[in-house]
Design a protein around this ligand. Sequence first.
Ligand code: FA5
Length: 341
Amino acid sequence: MSDLKARIQGVRDTFNEALGHVEGLNALEELKNRYLGRKRGIVKELLTDLRSVPKELRPELGQAVNRLKQAVETALAEKFEALKSGEANSREGGIDLTLPGIAPELGALHPLNVVNRDLIRIFERMGYEVAGASEIETDFYNFEALGISKDHPARDMQDTFYISDDVVLRTHTSNVQIHLMENRKPPFKAIMPGRVYRKDADITHSPMFHQVEGLVVGEHVTFTDLKGTLEHFLKKLFGTQTKMRLRPSFFPFTEPSAEVDVSCIMCGGKGCRVCKNSGWLEILGAGMVDPVVFGNVGYDPETVSGFAFGLGVERVAMLKYGISDIRMFFDNDLRFLSQFN
Ligand code: FA5
């Protein structure tokens, strides 16, 4: 007797477990046949086995088998309803997990950020630290401390956005040089990327643009160091075939100063429309830090020397990607931006 009773309990347990794994109507139908099938159903077999149980025990065990049969029927019916309504939902706008998903659109870095990061990475690998300062700047840091006197043309109302008589939107990243030197003792090497502002607007000039400034200060820093650094940088940026040349120039905060050109990256130096047949493209300004600037930040120009350079990020990006109009960087036209994915 206890044998049959234990079997009834065992069947209940295995049925419940199997039901838990059923995920579709076909599997449910199979389970139903396995347990309630007329000929070889597991519950049917229990009923058949009741016949061999002693008479006096039959009523109790018979009731137990019937209770099991009812429980199985009820559970199967409930599962059937649940699966049916799930199917209907997926047909009528509910969640259909079998449909392919909608992939979210992937964004990408803005081309100016790509170039900016490239520039920073090249200098970080040469051991440069990255520094920054405010875009809203006093006259002193933007001009005066850099040797740009009150009557210098760079201060012209046409070029500079004045917030008040003494406060401007910085016109270059060279202001960071002064903050850095005021707070640091040489030797150090730093680059200073950031936004700058000028009253300037045409297809190659934007009122807001980006510069990367470089400054190296220490004992015995020479013009040769400047030349070697820039040559390495430009080869990393544009490729090992790139040539560099320096032309004498003037900046109020460097002496001597140079404009730096690279061999035209479109024609390789042969001469084309982009380089106006010269074979060269102007890429940045540079020079040895003027001793007057060292004096302004409290350094002794007799013991330290240094070089500085500054380049326009938009200019580099335009050359690298062959873009002829600077305004495209700021129009946010996805047809343009998606080309840099
Ligand atoms: C300067 O701004 C110097 N401070 C650079 C410098 C730093 C020289 C340290 C020496 C030592 P310049 O005005 O030439 O120099 O500008 C540097 C670069 O900024 C230019 O070569 C150009 O690529 C870019 N640039 C200038 N004006 C604009 C503009 N309106 N729109 C986009 N890029 C510009």
